[in-house]
Design a protein around this ligand. Structure first.
Ligand code: ADP
Ligand code: ASP
Ligand code: MG
Length: 402
């Protein structure tokens, strides 16, 4: 029998009605003849609630203790779902990650899965049980509890799918597929039937939180198809897979955005590789992630460096940059705490020129100033003022007739 892995997100597990609905879907898959493994998230809003409980105690909870509390949300969901399935007359068993042996590294709050022990899972499946596993959490070799980063249940599901050599991984959520842009921002965005791993990697990496970035990386690496679909209907959703030939050829597949960005500029310093290295070493030594980087030449000897960081790192990054500015005799160091990234994504760009100029013209026509630009062969990222992001996403969506 083929193994199928289904993952249900927070909104799908939000209350008892939702849990019963999920139980029915799971039982139906079992009755269709599959061995079913289910990965679940905490009920919607519950992980946020746990984070705020921790923050009420201290601004800076230790990573270990934060994981200890965050991992509890998923445990509620696994037990309720097992009860609901049994109430429908099928046998089910719930497992925490520690019980299964989902082994991660020790990086609290953003741990990476290193290995999954499939013994217990295969034994339970062999006994005809539906297996339910807590997503998002893991355990180190020393039995320390870890979590995979917010949204990480998608990654749990794909990793388990790969370990069990499942036929596919179904991710059930509150939208009926992956859209050409976030449907909350672009009301006329449309659902795609397919998207390539590469495009979905760029979408997820550019802020489309519909799938956890790492889940797409794992799926791509192992060629594991993901079927993202709604837990509130039986409609076919969107397939993320490797088969470009199956897909309609389009120039731009979708637009993604993030609004949690801030920009810092160190203006007019000596153009030496030593200076540039010092800037980014100082920032990374402070554990701050730099995202988009641009450099503008004043003349051959002098340059201005700009980079973006997450908003919550802005104050620290600006302070470090001011200090760097003094050391490097910059004319000025300044920042903008509220910028946004708008990313235009499509494998079609690889073989077609002129996409960037259409993007820039379109934004100019809509009076959106472009602060920074970075590109890869399938992604054009524009940093814009935060007030302009929705206008920019909608304009580009229309320009490429998505
Ligand atoms: P879950 O709790 O099931 O994991 P998430 O909230 O993590 O659900 O992901 C689903 C949400 O992702 C949708 O409600 C939607 O607002 C958002 N989203 C962002 N970009 C996209 C996109 N391109 N297509 C579909 N949904 C998107
Ligand atoms: N419950 C976790 C979160 O809210 C994991 C997940 O939903 O995937 O981030
Ligand atoms: Mg999610």
């Amino acid at each position: 029998m083929s193994i199928i892995v289904q993952k249900y997100g927070g909104t799908s597990m939000a209350n008892s009605e939702c849990v019963k609905n999920v139980a029915e879907k799971v039982v139906n898959a079992k009755l269709r003849g599959h061995d079913v493994v289910v990965v679940v998230s905490a009920p919607a809003g519950f992980t946020d609630h746990l984070v705020s409980r921790a923050k009420e105690i201290t601004d800076k909870p230790s990573g270990r203790e934060l994981d200890m509390i965050l991992a509890t949300g998923e445990q509620i969901s696994i037990s309720l779902l097992a009860m609901a399935i049994k109430a429908l007359g099928e046998d089910a068993i719930s497992f925490t990650s520690a019980q299964v042996g989902i082994i991660t590294d020790g990086n609290h709050n953003k741990a990476k899965i290193e290995a999954i022990n499939t013994d217990k899972l295969l034994k339970a499946l062999g006994e005809g049980k539906i297996v339910i596993i807590a997503g998002f959490q893991g355990v180190t070799k020393d039995l320390e509890i870890t979590t995979l980063g917010r949204g990480g249940s998608d990654t749990s599901a794909v990793a388990i799918g790969v370990a069990l050599d499942a036929a596919e991984v179904e991710i059930y959520t509150d939208v009926d597929g992956i859209y050409t842009a976030d449907p909350r921002v672009v009301p006329n965005a449309h659902k795609m039937d397919y998207i390539t791993f590469d495009e979905m990697l760029e979408m997820a990496g550019s802020g489309a939180k519909v799938l956890h970035l790492r889940s797409v990386e794992l799926a791509a690496k192992n060629n594991m198809p993901i079927h993202l679909r709604s837990s509130f209907s039986d409609a076919i959703g969107t397939y993320v897979l490797d088969e470009e030939d199956k897909m309609e050829h389009v120039l731009v597949r979708g637009v993604a955005h993030t609004t949690n960005n801030a920009k810092i500029t160190i203006a007019n310093i000596d153009n030496t590789s030593k200076n540039i290295a010092l800037i980014f070493k100082t920032i990374s030594d402070a554990n701050i992630n730099v995202d988009v980087i641009t450099q503008n030449y004043i003349n051959i000897d002098r340059i201005t460096i700009s980079f973006t960081v997450a908003q919550e790192e802005y104050d620290r990054a600006l302070e470090l940059s001011k200090d760097l500015g003094r050391r490097l005799k910059a004319d000025e160091v300044y920042g903008n705490e509220k910028v946004a990234k708008v990313c235009i994504i499509g494998v079609g760009m690889k073989s077609t020129s002129g996409v960037a100029s259409r993007v820039f013209t379109c934004l100019a026509d809509h009076n959106v100033a472009i602060d920074m630009v970075s590109t890869s062969d399938i992604n054009i990222t524009c940093v814009v003022n935060q007030d302009d992001y929705a206008k920019a996403v909608i304009a580009i969506h229309n320009e490429f007739e998505l």
